[in-house]
Design a protein around this ligand. Structure first.
Ligand SMILES: [Fe+2]
Length: 179
């Protein structure tokens, strides 16, 4: 289940309702899908064939279509990152640059873990959203953020888009951000 850590205060927010209400105030959509709907061999598996990826998408078809219809997302796919991903270190360096997009960045984690670092309102500043299997997040259009992996360096996620071009990252310089 997702957790939030507010960087300025080190406050840790846990529990589905607390996380949802914090993120809602920051304009970030948070939902939860049941990750145990996946057959066991696809839970915490990071070596996925094309058929495995299709099976993950069909397992969550109802959830994907429900979210897509509410939010206007039109296409979706599966992304897998692990230490066996070619150039994973380079990719992570690229991910860890602060940026914005011209549409929502939507991820539903189906295995592993990921972290979104998001700039909240002025009083809150940056916060980390630590996501595990079942967590669904939509980082709103124009929101200043970046994504990274946890120490385990493994994630499988469904990505939803309005159009894939919307995912292009626009770098954002923030001298106030401290890693
Ligand atoms: Fe992004």
């Amino acid at each position: 289940m997702a957790k939030v850590r507010v960087r300025n205060t080190n406050e840790l927010i846990e529990g589905e309702d607390n996380v949802r209400s914090f993120l809602d105030k920051q304009g970030v959509l948070y939902e939860h899908w049941n990750p145990t709907k996946l057959p066991e061999r696809l839970q915490e598996n990071f070596e996925l064939s094309a058929d495995d990826k299709s099976e993950i998408l069909s397992t969550f078809d109802a959830e994907i279509r429900d979210l897509a219809s509410r939010r206007g997302y039109k296409t979706w796919d599966i992304v897998v990152l692990s230490e066996s991903t070619p150039n994973i270190e380079e990719l992570l360096k690229k991910f860890e640059q602060i940026h914005t997009h011209t549409e929502d960045e939507v991820r539903a984690i189906t295995a592993g873990e990921g972290i979104f670092i998001i700039r909240g309102d002025e009083a809150t500043g940056y916060f980390d959203v630590i996501l595990t299997a079942g967590d669904v997040i939509s980082v709103p259009e124009g929101s200043v953020h970046f994504f990274t992996l946890t120490e385990s360096k493994k994630v499988v996620a469904v990505r939803l888009f309005i159009e894939t071009e919307g995912w292009i990252a626009h770098p954002y310089e923030d001298p106030a951000f401290v890693k």
